[in-house]
Design a protein around this ligand. Structure first.
Ligand code: ARG
Length: 458
């Protein structure tokens, strides 16, 4: 395809250099945004009398035709065009003749690419937000269902205190709710139009940037044209929100792997989201969860690549910035793919409540409650903590549990003990009593679910 920018230079560029310079093989993904942006631009030029209203109409019809032909497959991308912007304009001129050449008045590819990428990312951010709401719905529904299913809670991966599975799920819901609000925040700052910044300095034409911004659904225009073409904060914010989200999905995936192992056997993933082994017939591998954990690294990589591309760039546009799109697209695709498999995987997994309860019954998980019982009888917590520790050590030494230890033994350690101790260390009671706000009791979990549903209108 002939080069539109061949004005200053007479010589041909090298073919290898052309390929190296080109971005059409990946920025063709923005064809809809490019064409929609161009239509708004043509209308603005017509409204302002920079071109005639008739010319604007002709340009819009031509652009609509290109869009329809690309959608239907009647028109193929020409990969010898440098980028999607050049391609669309070249086809338009080929189809319309001279008037096609008027489209690029009062703009530059620098503001055009910034516009296209914002439009695309705004749409993708909305799609991701919808999926996050779906994920939150699944988490809340399951949390409600398992609000009184007891499992061990861990710190240092050591059994710590009994919790409910509903409480555990709502921890992830809280994380995902923050992710959702991070994407929403990023979207709000993203939604300002760079178009009309032109190459870098604005333009001598009497453009109406606000009109164009409004037509494209933006909340306003970027106030400085140098910033308009140089800024990629919206990519960084998207990548950063995605990196944090992936950290959460990765932690959850790690636990799905762990909890579905024979050692834990707290859950079983549905056959639809596991694989078998080609050699070991007994295996049910949590490949999807492992892949989500693994793909987290790609998203971090995209974010670091983007930060690194931008960090030493002088204002305004530099070709380095062409590297932004593949990083952003990769993260968009990765996050969407991970969510699309995680949501049904969570919705269909089986919860093995008996195994969870059995695990919570061992490991002296109620030792804190034993200490709290003595505190309730007037003993200072530190003293109570020591006595409980000594009782646990005794149980380990003689191979028994706190539940089975006779009252006479308890009384050797403190005369504050009475038969009520057995109620105090009962697993269900331990959980039921954790009524503090945000705590693990079934009532508290149900409150958390209700509050999340109300806050996010799930
Ligand atoms: N393909 C370019 C990119 O992705 C478009 C902007 C080109 N601008 C320029 N002055 N060469 O960044």
């Amino acid at each position: 395809m002939a080069k539109m920018w061949a004005g200053r230079t007479a010589g041909e560029t090298d073919r290898i250099a052309d390929d190296f310079n080109a971005s059409i093989h990946f920025d063709c993904r923005m064809f809809r945004e490019d064409i929609t942006g161009s239509m708004a631009h043509a209308r603005m030029l017509g409204k302002q009398g920079i071109i005639t209203e008739d010319e604007a109409e002709t340009l819009c019809e031509g652009l609509a035709g290109i869009l329809a032909d690309l959608e239907s497959g009647a028109l193929d991308f020409d990969y010898t065009a440098e980028d999607i912007h050049m391609f669309v304009e070249a086809v338009l001129t080929e189809r319309l003749g001279e008037v096609g050449k008027k489209l690029h008045t009062a703009r530059s590819r620098n503001d055009q690419v910034a516009l296209d990428l914002r439009l695309l990312l705004r749409g993708e951010t909305d799609t991701i937000c919808e999926s996050l709401r779906e994920l939150l719905t699944v988490l809340c529904d399951s949390a409600e269902k398992y609000a009184d299913t007891i499992m061990p809670g861990y710190t240092h991966l050591q059994r710590a205190q009994p919790i409910t599975f509903g409480h555990y799920l709502m921890a992830y819901a809280s994380m995902v709710a923050r992710d959702l609000s991070r994407y929403e925040d990023a979207r709000a700052r993203m939604n300002y139009s760079p178009i009309g910044s032109c190459a870098l300095a604005g333009t001598t034409y009497a453009t109406d940037r606000k009109y164009e911004a409004e037509a494209l659904g933006f909340d306003g225009v970027m106030e400085n044209s140098l910033d308009g073409v140089s800024d990629r904060d919206f990519c960084l914010e998207f990548l950063s929100a995605s990196s944090i989200l992936m950290t959460h999905l990765s932690r959850l995936s790690e636990e799905l792997c762990l909890y579905s192992s024979w050692e834990f056997a707290f859950i079983e993933l549905s056959d639809a989201y596991t694989t078998g082994s080609s050699i070991m017939p007994q295996k049910k591998n949590p490949d999807m969860a492992e892949l989500i954990r693994g793909k987290t690294g790609r998203v971090f990589g995209d974010m670091v690549a983007m930060l690194t591309v931008l960090k030493g760039l002088p204002l305004a546009y530099n070709k380095d910035m062409q590297e932004d799109k593949e990083r952003v697209f990769d993260t968009v695709d990765t996050v969407k793919a991970c969510l699309s498999v995680l949501i049904p995987m969570l919705a269909t997994m089986t919860v093995k409540a008996d195994n969870m309860r059995r695990a919570a019954s061992g490991g002296f998980i109620n030792a804190t409650d034993l200490a709290d019982y003595l505190v309730g009888k007037g003993m200072p917590f530190r003293t109570a903590y020591k006595i409980s520790g000594a009782l646990v050590a005794h149980c380990i030494a003689v191979g028994t549990t706190l539940e089975e230890l006779p009252l006479a033994k308890y009384l050797e350690y403190s005369e504050l003990f009475d038969a009520g101790v057995y109620d105090a260390i009962d697993l269900d009671a331990c959980v039921r009593r954790r009524v503090s706000e945000g705590g693990t009791s079934p009532e508290s979990v149900k409150r958390q679910v209700a509050s999340m549903r109300a806050r996010l209108s799930l």
